[in-house]
Design a protein around this ligand. Structure first.
Ligand SMILES: *Cc1c(COP(=O)(O)O)cnc(C)c1O
Length: 473
């Protein structure tokens, strides 16, 4: 590709990008495709000869776009958002153009030092003190694994990395509602999934601290070594808030590492009026939140903060000769802060997003989302045939259709049908959670461009489709 061809194709694609973002709300949020439908349209061999960009771009539009789920649609209410924004997209273009490997300071000083600054900004933005050190990780899953590996090394006097786990019988604690990444982390870290103790939750789906304390006592009596507690600030199912202050007190008593998984909810801490959610956070050992979920920054950008930076580095630092540099003791070499050696220049998009919105701009969007969520909750509560299924502290309403008459099983089946019909319509996309055997829909309102009218549309569709379901009385 010549420079001239690059320039022309790039302009065309930027045009397409701008139009796409203007029109994305008109696309079916979830595509109506069968498994294999996209695959069958793709040739079974790589081309022998290079093809013109125009042909490649045409196939992108004809084959790929119709098979995409449109995560940037304001009617995307599924999972948690993977939202983005125009400044973030622009930064990603520049990151790709620079194409730098930012593993150590010397391989791109500006990338490291911008990350240093951005992590300080983010730390202050969520209300943490400067006792914390931060770095960008791929995701909350990676950060939780990092925290666990660091806790393991610290507890073993930094020997487990050398000698393996030996006879230690470590135990990790998290609520029944904790994210599956915690199960993965204990498996990968060699702790063993059987040593992840799932603590029951209360009516609000939050961890019950008295049962946590009991479980730790029992484990100590049985000869286990309690290692870490993972507290969820905003569970994935219902955005439940585990009682951090109580958990911190228990952690302190037994000298356990307390890790806080706030993948989605961390962004809410940009609002001073939401900081009560995180009372006790300052006393924990590590904290992760995902700007790539709710802070308008393209995946991947997860912000991981840790108190004991040296323990983190001691856990991950392995320095082969070719990576030694004269600046090593004066700079951050972020390859020592996690598992991968190679690192993308991810601080750039956070810089663009934070500067372009300003703290006030970010706060205004998050406040709007929280208001829209409360509006939706009120509609559900005010309707005789719907019910809210869990408290609504953040941007997610768990609810279900609840007409009079059907048995619990029929109710589950009705709600499942309702969800499939809504999603097949392409008008909105939402997902579900099982709560105490009940099939419950989740309405998440965190899309970058979501407005009142999109939430009103969703509620109207939900009511209409529910009313059209065949209910046995
Ligand atoms: C989304 C989520 C995760 C996983 O985040 P990744 O960045 O995809 O690894 C972990 N914990 C919670 C509570 C989540 O909501």
């Amino acid at each position: 590709m010549t420079s001239e061809e690059f320039r022309q194709a790039a302009h065309e694609m930027v045009e397409w990008m701008a139009t796409y973002l203007e029109e994305v709300e008109n696309y079916p949020v979830k595509p109506n495709v069968e498994p294999g439908e996209i695959y069958e349209q793709l040739p079974d061999h790589a081309p022998q000869k290079g093809e013109p960009m125009a042909a490649i771009f045409e196939d992108f539009r004809q084959i790929i776009v119709p098979g995409m789920t449109h995560w940037q649609s304001p009617s995307f209410h599924a999972y948690f958002p993977g939202n983005s924004s125009k400044p973030s997209v622009l930064a990603e273009m520049l990151t790709a153009t620079l194409g730098a490997q930012c593993m150590v300071w010397a391989t791109s000083p500006a990338a490291t030092e911008l990350e240093d600054r951005i992590m300080e900004w983010l730390r202050t933005m969520v209300g943490l003190s400067d006792d914390w050190a931060g770095s960008i990780q791929n995701g909350a899953s990676d950060a939780t694994l990092n925290a666990l590996l660091t806790a393991r090394e610290k507890a073993s006097g930094f020997t487990a990395n050398y000698t393996g786990l030996g006879r230690q019988r470590y135990r990790v604690y998290a609520s029944e509602q904790a994210h599956s990444s915690v199960d993965k982390a204990v498996a990968i870290a060699g702790i063993g999934r059987d040593n992840l103790v799932k603590i029951p939750v209360d009516d609000a789906y939050a961890l019950r601290p008295e049962l946590l304390a009991e479980a730790i006592e029992q484990d100590l009596a049985a000869g286990y070594q309690p290692l870490m507690i993972v507290a969820a600030l905003g569970t994935t199912g219902t955005t439940a808030i585990d009682p951090l202050a109580d958990i911190v007190a228990i952690g302190r008593q037994h000298q356990l590492w307390v890790h806080v998984d706030a993948a989605l909810a961390g962004t809410a801490l940009l609002l001073p009026e939401m900081r009560w959610l995180a009372a006790g956070l300052e006393q924990t050992d590590s904290f992760v939140f995902n700007p790539h979920k709710w802070m308008f920054t393209n995946f991947d950008a997860s912000a991981y903060f840790v108190k004991d930076k040296q323990a983190l580095i001691n856990t991950f630092s392995i320095t082969p000769e070719y990576l030694r540099t004269p600046e090593d003791n004066r700079v951050n070499n972020y390859r020592d802060w996690g598992i991968p050696l190679g690192r993308r220049f991810r601080a750039l998009k956070l810089w663009f997003v934070i500067r372009s919105f300003g703290l006030e701009g970010l706060q205004a969007k998050i406040r709007l989302h929280l208001q829209l969520t409360q509006w939706f909750r009120e509609q559900v509560e005010g309707h005789p045939h719907f019910e809210v299924a869990a408290p609504v502290p953040l941007n997610t309403v768990c609810f279900r259709y609840y007409p009079v008459g059907p048995s619990p099983e029929e109710l589950n089946s009705l709600n499942e049908q309702l969800m499939h019909r809504l999603n097949r319509s392409g008008e909105i996309f939402l997902t579900h959670v099982k709560l105490n055997g009940r099939f419950v829909l989740r309405m998440v309102i965190g899309q970058t461009e979501v407005q009142q009218r999109h939430v009103e549309k969703a509620w109207r569709l939900i009511k209409e489709m529910a009313a059209s379901l065949p209910v046995k009385n």
